[in-house]
Design a protein around this ligand. Structure first.
Ligand code: SAM
Ligand code: SF4
Ligand code: SF4
Length: 392
């Protein structure tokens, strides 16, 4: 007998993009490239997957909420993300059990690294209850997953210990300025920098394997903070990374003249503190790593705009409501939630793995490379989804 969990057509949904000015109905937003799931397909063998450009799927970002207590203007500008913004209702969000089930299936297909993100992930109550089962997962070669969290740090002072005890290994804190006035202006909710710094201290005390700080550099807004941040984290073991301001989403009014190329960032830092290049630690690493020549630690630059790294992009993103996005600049995602909910058993697991394999094998996204080449961009990318929804 054939159950509904063994024969389902694929479901491809538009992303929940939020347009810059005019409201556009979801039905009008571009769709993910169609893919075909063969109804009679056997589940794929556990093992690595490769997309159409030969890129493996090793890295999964999981957005656990589309909400945030900050309103960084490069990500969730206040005018758009106001009290009337249609955030996801609770019932639409994947439960921790559903996320953990999917994560286990992704690990069977080669995922080695999982990062919890959002929105602000620490707004999701009891996040440590999700960390614990994820920490128990293993890669195909039997190692624990590289399990991390990206947070704005606002709640980290209270949560660091519980997260570490639950098995979280790495934490990345976003911090765009050391100067309190600049920081409050950038988060746009008047949040003091001292509380984020206290969160980083708490993370250091909790003993995470690796703590990173991400600074998004916007020319003319916070580039004067590059050296103060470098000075602050030198010699602490915390790795500071400078990220180019990106044209993600459709609401931040991105302009190329506000991007400070990572080569300029490096030039500024190295004038104050000589640097030597470091080897990448893993294939597909987005950051170029540099060490302080005097041994005071390392920094990274992520040239997302000026140095496209699509050729090695092995990352997928799972939105809060269970859609799989294959590129940060996608305008639609592949619905996994319906299948997840309808088919809770082994047959459902097999079908889900089949779906993952089918989706990944058809992937050919390389938005940043195409943008850098200056040619036409894939249809619909002007209406791409917001980063706070699919997870940064
Ligand atoms: N709220 C958490 C945080 O801020 O760390 C996690 C989600 S946030 C979307 C993830 C990362 O995306 C942050 O480091 C943030 O700075 C970065 N980000 C958001 N919008 C960006 C943009 N337009 N350009 C570059 N990075 C951006
Ligand atoms: Fe919130 Fe993070 Fe986006 Fe800032 S970057 S608005 S903290 S989700
Ligand atoms: Fe990956 Fe898309 Fe970014 Fe290229 S543009 S590196 S494919 S997420």
């Amino acid at each position: 007998m054939t159950s509904s969990c063994e024969a389902r057509p694929p479901s491809i949904l538009p992303g929940r993009a939020r347009p810059a000015v005019a409201l556009v109905p979801l039905s009008a937003i571009g769709r993910a490239r169609p893919h075909v799931l063969r109804r009679d397909a056997a589940p794929p063998a556990a093992g690595p997957l490769a997309d159409r450009l030969g890129r493996p799927l090793t890295d999964l970002r999981i957005s656990v909420t589309d909400r945030c207590n900050f309103r960084c203007n490069y990500c969730m500008p206040k005018e758009v993300f106001d009290k009337d913004h249609p955030y996801l209702p609770h019932a639409a969000m994947l439960s921790f059990e559903e996320i953990a089930r999917l994560a286990r299936l992704f690990a069977l297909q080669g995922v080695r690294k999982i990062r919890l993100t959002g929105g602000e992930p620490l707004l999701r109550r009891g996040l440590e209850r999700l960390v614990a089962p994820l920490a128990g997962l293993r890669t195909l070669d039997g190692a624990p997953l590289d399990l991390g969290l990206t947070t704005n740090g606002s709640l980290l002072a209270h949560k660091a210990r519980a997260l570490k005890d639950a098995g979280l290994r790495r934490v990345t804190v976003s911090l765009d300025a050391l100067d309190d006035t600049v920081f409050r202006r950038m988060n746009d909710v008047d949040f003091p920098v001292a509380r984020v710094l206290a969160g980083i201290d708490a993370a250091m005390k909790a003993g995470f394997e690796r703590i990173k700080v991400n600074m998004v550099v916007k020319r003319g807004t916070n580039d004067q903070e590059i050296l103060p941040l470098a000075r602050h984290f030198r010699g602490t073991g915390v790795v500071l990374r400078f990220i180019e301001y990106m044209d993600v989403g459709a609401t931040n009014g991105w302009r190329m003249d506000e991007v400070l190329p990572s080569s300029d960032v490096l030039a500024r830092v190295s004038r104050a503190f000589p640097l030597v290049p470091l080897e990448a630690t893993a294939p597909g690493e987005t950051a170029q790593r540099w060490a302080y020549a005097d041994g005071a630690g390392e920094i990274g630059v992520i040239g997302s705009v000026t140095r496209a790294f699509c050729g090695e992009c092995s990352r997928a993103r799972l939105s809060t409501d269970g859609r799989l996005f294959l590129c940060l600049f996608a305008n639609g995602g592949h619905d996994l939630k319906a299948l997840l909910r309808e088919c809770p058993d082994q047959a459902g697991d097999d079908l889900l793995r089949g779906r993952l394999a089918e989706i990944w094998r058809q992937r050919a996204d390389r938005y940043s490379e195409l943008r850098a080449l200056g040619g036409p961009l894939p249809a619909g990318t002007a209406r791409r989804v917001e980063m706070s929804y699919i997870g940064g």
